[in-house]
Design a protein around this ligand. Structure first.
Ligand code: ZN
Length: 193
C-alpha cells in the first residue's frame, strides 16, 4: 500500500496555496517518490503535492502517450504558454468517480525544475496539456469542480449490464460534496488521516 493517502475533496489542505520549493533535498526526492507511488496505485494520470497533504509546488504526471516512460515530475511549475481552448472530460483522484466537462487549452508549455534542481520545460498537447493545467490548479488550491461546465457533473457507476461495465449518472455539486463528506468521515472513523 502507498505510504501516503490521497486526500478527499472537503479536506481544507486541498484548498491551501502551495509554496515554492527552495530546498532540493532528499526530503523532496522522497516526496516525489511517494507521490508517484500513490498515483500509480490509484491508477491516476497525475497528482499534486497538496493532494497528499504537502503545501509544496510539486506535480507528477504519467505519460499517457507513452505508458512505459517514467512519470514527469515538475517542481515550481509555471505556465509559459497556453493556446487554444477545448472541452474535455475531467476527473480527479481527490474526487473519486466524479467526472465533468471543463475547458482547457489545446496546448501548453510549462517550465519548472526536476527534483534534482535542473531546469525542465514540458510541452503538452491535448490530454497532457489538460493534465498539466489540472495539476497546476491544485497548487493554487483549485479543483476541477471550480471550473466545471453547468450540468456536466456525473458519477461513474459500476453496472454489469453495460458493455463497458459501468454507466454515468448525472449529479450536481451539492450532492457530490455531501457524498465526499460522507467518504471523508468514513475514512476518519477507520483511523485514516
Ligand atoms: Zn486532481
Amino acid at each position: 500500500m502507498a505510504k501516503r493517502e490521497i486526500l478527499v475533496c472537503g479536506d481544507p489542505r486541498l484548498r491551501r496555496k502551495a509554496l515554492p520549493v527552495r530546498d532540493f533535498s532528499e526530503d523532496l526526492a522522497q516526496l516525489v517518490q511517494d507521490m508517484v507511488e500513490a498515483m500509480v496505485e490509484a491508477d491516476g494520470l497525475g497528482l499534486a503535492a497538496p493532494q497528499v497533504g504537502e503545501a509544496a509546488q510539486v506535480i507528477v504526471l504519467r505519460r499517457e502517450d507513452d505508458p512505459d516512460a517514467a512519470p514527469v515530475c515538475l517542481v515550481n511549475p509555471k505556465t509559459v504558454k497556453a493556446e487554444g481552448e477545448v472541452q474535455q472530460t475531467e476527473g480527479c483522484l481527490s474526487l473519486p468517480t466524479l467526472y465533468g466537462h471543463v475547458l482547457r487549452p489545446e496546448s501548453a508549455v510549462v517550465a519548472g525544475y526536476t527534483p534534482e534542481g535542473e531546469e525542465l520545460e514540458v510541452t503538452g498537447e491535448g490530454r497532457l496539456a489538460q493534465a498539466l493545467m489540472h495539476e497546476i490548479d491544485h497548487l493554487r488550491g483549485k479543483l476541477f469542480i471550480d471550473r466545471v461546465l453547468p450540468d456536466s457533473l456525473r458519477w461513474l457507476v459500476p453496472d454489469p449490464e453495460e458493455e463497458d461495465g459501468y454507466r454515468f449518472e448525472p449529479t450536481d455539486l451539492p450532492e457530490a460534496m455531501a457524498a465526499f463528506e460522507r467518504l471523508r468521515q468514513k475514512r476518519e472513523e477507520r483511523g485514516g488521516r
